[in-house]
Design a protein around this ligand. Sequence first.
Ligand code: PLP
Length: 414
Amino acid sequence: MDPSRSEPSGQSTAGPAAWRREFPALDAPVHGRRLAYLDSASTALKPRAVIDAVVRVFTHQAGNVHRGVHALSEAATEAYDAARDDIARFLGGRPDEVVLTSGTTGALNLVAHSWGRAHVGPGDAVIATALEHHSNLVPWQALCAERGATLRIAPIDDRGRIDLEALAGLLDDRVRLVAVSQLSNVVGTIAPVAEIAALAHAAGAIVVVDGAQAVAHLAVDVAALGCDFYAFSGHKLFAPPGTGVLWGRRALLEAMPAWQTGGEMVASVDYARARLREPPHRFEAGTPNIAGVIGLGAAIRYLATLDRAAIARHEARLHARLREALAGEDRVRVLGAPEAAVVAFTVAGAHPHDVATIVDREGVAIRSGHHCAEPLHHRLGADASARASLALYNDDADIDALIAALARVREVLR
Ligand code: PLP
């Protein structure tokens, strides 16, 4: 048996304290304090199972994939191919619908450059919601500019919810594609993806879902969502950075031209031309992030050993506490009405970077800035915000630490 397939050592499904023990980054104090890591929406910490899998690649599976007949290459290939199977199972899709990319950004650019250039022409339209991360906005802006198409923005309300009626009003027979994030990385609202997909399909458009934030928190089943493409990043799902996934409906992938070309994506080549391989390999030119992908498979298998319903309950309780605690703080304004995982906020009289810097000195890691969602911040009447985000390893002490650190912010900035 491939050793990378072994279960996480010493893991327990018992609950938050046991989940926390699997993440060694939490063991090291920061500025002499217990670390309250509240920045998992930016990148999640890695469990021992993932760290061990990556170390194993470089010690026992150090060959290239799909290119050698020697033992190390075969060991790497076996573990790498198995990761694709794990990812497919995780999403409820088939392995031949899973394209391995460098991240959500890579996956969305692949759709824009390949499917987009082939299907979006002059006079056509693309819809993105007002919630989108730059990764799910700028590729569509660029595509529309290049193809003479128009980008339409589906509005949101002040709570950060997509206005479905307004979105339906934007859909007509010129719209080729609707882009939506399943879980907002700023306002933490959950999009009604299945409803959006039904509306879009009725108008003849396809639906691209940015699952970067959703994968670590919500159950993802691409069939139930009814989407056509689903993109996510490994590093937000407890796996190494530089890995990502584009799931696509098989029929769409088969009809898509290559975007990047080179080794491994070709069936045969002569000096004049190349015959391309079938998807997903057609979209995977060059040596991939072997250790990262094997680490992503390990992350998914690690999650499969846990009670995900218990994790969802734990995160929902913490999220409610975080939201209420922040909303009750003097001079704090929470952006929108967050439903899961993240809470973005401003502190009157303090720049978010100053807030994040001061709380860091207290051992609390949060994000500050516009979180790659500049238009959304402007829509919500803010230039930037601080953002606390949760994962299974957080606990009440982390929230207490943030609230205590915010008192320190007010003291320093008084
Ligand atoms: N989409 C959303 C909603 C995100 O939160 C992020 C990252 O923060 C991305 C896309 C981009 O992900 P990556 O930088 O891993 O490609």
